[in-house]
Write a new protein. Sequence first.
Length: 290
Amino acid sequence: MDTYPLGQFSVNRIGFGAMQLPGPGVMGPPRDHHEAIGILRRAVEWGVNHIDTAQFYGPDVANELIREALYPYPDDLVLVSKVGAFRDDHGNWLPGQRPDQLRSAVEDNLRTLGVDRLGAVNLRLHEGHTPGEEPVRLEDQLAEMVALRDEGKIAGVGISTANRVQVEQAIAQADIVCVQNAFSLLDRSDADVLDLCAARGIAYVPYFPLGSAFPNLPKVTDNPAVRAVAARLGATPAQVGLAWLLAHRENILLIPGTSRPAHLEQNLAVADVRLSDGDIAQLEEGGVTS
Ligand SMILES: NC(=O)c1ccc[n+]([C@@H]2O[C@H](COP(=O)([O-])OP(=O)(O)OC[C@H]3O[C@@H](n4cnc5c(N)ncnc54)[C@H](OP(=O)(O)O)[C@@H]3O)[C@@H](O)[C@H]2O)c1
């Protein structure tokens, strides 16, 4: 498997996103606990050494599954989490950007994963802020992330759901190792941030690489051009969507999310799917660009 640097670590370009492991709406226990544990173990057995998670997936569920499945962790496994949000009792995603909230979120991740240091932590930004509170300046959020890194709790700082100006600020202030933004064949609106990261040697980790599990977003696997190329190559539509990302820029690290062993197997086999220049042109013309 090809690798790319994620800060001080070299990780395989095909990783795993843990968001689909908890129950419906990313809340509560998995559909099948045994199967979820098996997915995590199989992913690592088959070469995944980069897992993306969050304490607010479940909450706690994704991290506790990772710990149960994989602890003691292989030396080369890089666990990446994100902070800046929390869930209320109804499962709503709420911003938690104050420095004290970022710090306690990092502590929660360390505790639930059972580690002293996280490979990287993404500062997850939000458009809104907590009603009744002043918006927290990005500068203050980044300063707390840098402090956590200086204390050794985080190896690398990343940023997520950030526009170009915010990414530039994060590069200047926090020397970030990764950007995690939404990007796929169907949504290439973040291309300028991707190019900025490529030029700076910063890993770009697209979320929603297949269009997400949320029913209101278009799915890469439904796209006619994707389906046509998949049929021609004898691959699955998901593999073609992921192979396009791998071919698109060398600094893209994949973290597709799945709760199904068969889908995991397909996603890990993407390295074997080779797209020709003609395939790529067909996909880029047929993919809806926003
Ligand atoms: N920073 C952020 O704000 C943020 C936001 C969202 C996600 N993330 C991270 O990014 C990761 C990826 O995003 P995501 O999981 O939301 O969306 P995604 O990877 O684009 O799509 C997940 C959906 O695709 C399906 N799927 C996966 N593999 C498939 C295959 N081979 N064939 C058909 N369907 C397949 C999954 O269903 P099955 O379960 O049935 O396979 C699920 O419904 C997450 O797991 C999470 O770690 C970060």
